[in-house]
Design a protein around this ligand. Structure first.
Ligand SMILES: Nc1nc2c(ncn2[C@@H]2O[C@H](COP(=O)(O)OP(=O)(O)O)[C@@H](O)[C@H]2O)c(=O)[nH]1
Ligand SMILES: [Mg+2]
Ligand SMILES: [Zn+2]
Length: 292
């Protein structure tokens, strides 16, 4: 029967099959081929109630950090206060998610800590991302405020990974959406790392029709290995204009007939996002200089 690996512990994988979770071991030949959390597998039920993993289905993708296969969605969780997370972090993580072709949304947590003016600033910040085509919501895991959309995003079928610095409220958000998870949240559990789900080994946690991974992904802020001329394709709002540039390999710097720069001037592409695009482009070009 078919199942999905939701947890790995030593030689054993917990595989969710229609009847529920079973402990399963990979067949001898598969031992060298590492089973990953998220893997879709064919298992045979053994007389002792355990399972034997006969086959790993071809992976649609495979993230390195966290090591999870077949990821569908990415939720960026961040806060503007305690801690303050900036646009550069957001854009770098978005690039990674775009590179993996994931469905992406943003959740700005801890709205309860914001003054009315800060709330307005937070909305302005999020509006840039809504206009770029992302779901972007301001809410509070603590006060259970404005969680409807992020809930719908996480409860859909498939696997969602969370990205977010320690302390922004990822675990608290998951608890608010599914209290049965009872994830440890708060500075202490993060520090000792002894909480049930705060280990570095990822596991899939049930969330509606789908699964979520509480191990934060994408925390390394390196750029994806993209060709400089393709960087703009990882910004949806730049991608929307770049086909109208005069040159197909336009980098949107000073090339004549650049439709992207025009869109920035007319306010259709956000200046801040475009600035980060240029910054990342320089970074990519610098990296190449070092290589050759
Ligand atoms: N004020 C406020 N605090 C929150 C909120 N969400 C989480 N926190 C607090 O932020 C701290 C870190 O939360 P946690 O869920 O452990 O963050 P994680 O490291 O991202 O998993 C805890 O003390 C939470 O109680 C929120 O919406 N508002
Ligand atoms: Mg946590
Ligand atoms: Zn251009």
């Amino acid at each position: 029967m078919k199942g999905r690996v939701i947890k790995i512990w030593s030689q054993w994988a917990t595989v969710m099959v229609p009847e529920g979770p079973i402990l399963a071991r990979p067949r001898g030949k598969l031992l060298s081929e590492r089973v990953l959390v998220g893997d879709e597998v064919e298992v045979k039920l053994l007389p002792d109630g355990r399972g034997l993993i006969l086959r790993i289905e071809e992976r649609r993708n495979q993230l390195q950090r966290p090591p999870v296969a077949n990821v569908d969605r990415l939720l960026l969780v961040f806060s503007r206060r305690a801690p303050e997370v900036g646009a550069e972090w957001v854009d770098r993580v978005l690039l990674q998610g775009e590179w993996w072709r994931l469905d992406i949304a943003l959740f700005l947590n801890k709205s309860d800590l914001l003054s009315p003016k800060e709330r307005e600033e937070a909305e302005t910040f999020l509006e840039v991302y809504r206009r770029a085509g992302y779901g972007a919501w301001l809410g509070s895991a603590q006060e259970k405020e404005n969680l409807e959309e992020v809930r719908a995003f996480l409860e859909a079928e498939g696997v969602a990974v969370l990205a977010g610095e320690s302390g922004v409220g990822k675990s608290r958000l998951l608890n608010a959406l599914n209290p049965q998870l009872a994830l440890p949240s708060g500075a202490v559990s993060e520090k000792t790392g002894r909480g049930r789900h705060t280990t570095r080994h990822p596991q899939l946690l049930p969330m509606g029709k789908g699964w979520v991974v509480d191990t934060p992904g994408f925390s390394r802020l390196v750029l994806p290995p993209v060709e400089p001329a393709d960087l703009g394709n990882l910004f949806p709002e730049i991608r929307a204009f770049s086909s109208r540039c005069r040159f197909r390999d336009c980098l949107h710097r000073n090339e004549p007939g650049c439709a992207v720069r025009e869109a920035v001037l007319s306010g259709q592409v956000d200046e801040g996002r475009f600035g980060r695009y240029l910054q990342f482009l320089e970074e990519l070009l610098e990296e190449r200089k070092k290589l050759y």
